[in-house]
Design a protein around this ligand. Sequence first.
Ligand code: SF4
Length: 295
Amino acid sequence: MEYLPARQILVRNKSTQWFGTDCTMNLYRGCCHGCIYCDNRSECYHNEDFDTVRAKAGALELLRDELRRKTRPVLVGMGSMSDPYNPFERELELTRRALMLLHAYGCGVAVATKSDLILRDAGLYADLQTQAPVICKVTVTTVEEALAARIEPGAPSPARRLGAVERLSQKGIFSGVLLMPVLPFLEDSEENVLHVVDAAADAGAKFIYPGFGMTLRDRQRGYYYKQLDRLWPGLREKYERRYGARYCCPSPWGKALWETFSGRCRERGLLYEMKHIVSAAKRPYTDSQLTFFDM
Ligand code: SF4
C-alpha cells in the first residue's frame, strides 16, 4: 500500500443537505471497485490513477487531533471520494479505527459503500448508534448480477450487498440502499427500479434514495464512453445524441420512474425522501442533543 501525505482528514461540508452530514472524511484516495461511471475520475479531483488505492499517511492521528478540537460532536460522511471498504481495508483497518475514534468523541456517521466488508464493523456501528445517528448506505444500482459485473466489475455482487443490508438491519442499525446512478438506457427500466426497491424492502432496509440518471464530464466521460464502446457497441452514440456535452444526464424517463418508484416505496414502507431519511435517523437524539443535531 502506498501512502500519500495528508494535512487534513475532516472537510467541512457547505451544507448538511447530504444525509445531514456536517463534514466528509476520506481515509483513502482512489478506489479499485472499477465502477465505469464513477465521477471521481473527473479532472477536478486531480487523481490521474484513480483505480489505484492509496492510504493517507497519519490519517488516524490527524483525525484524533481534529476531533479533539471540535466544539461539538459532528455527523461525519464517509464514502464520497473512495469506498471506505475497499479490499485493503480488511488488513489495514483504517476505517475501523476511525469509527472507534468517532465513537470516542461522541460523533455520528453516514457511510456509503458497495462492499459487504461493512459487516465486519456492524458491532461498532451498533455502539455508535447508542450515542449518535448512524446511516449505513449500501449502493445497489441493479439486482442483475451480469449487468453489475459489467458496470461495477471490482465490487462485491448485488446479492452480497443486499445481504449486508439485511444483516445490518437485523442488528437494528439504520440502513438502506442508494439507488444511484441509474444509468440511462442500461438501468432506467421500470423493471430494474422496482426490482431494486423490492430487494431493499425484502432486506429490511429503512430507506432507499434514488438518482435517475448520471453525471458526465471531461475525462470521466471519456472513460465511460470507452467502456460503453467495449461493452455495448453503439450505445455511446445514443448518449452523444441525447446529452452532447451536458454534465447532468437525467434518464429520459425520469419523471415516470419517480412515480413508479415512489409508489412502490410507499407500498413497501420505505423512506425515499432525504428530509424523511435524515429526520428518522436523527429523531432518537434530538431531545437530548438539540444543539448537536439540528433538524
Ligand atoms: S465504489 Fe464508489 S468510489 Fe469506488 S469506483 Fe465505485 S463509484 Fe467510484
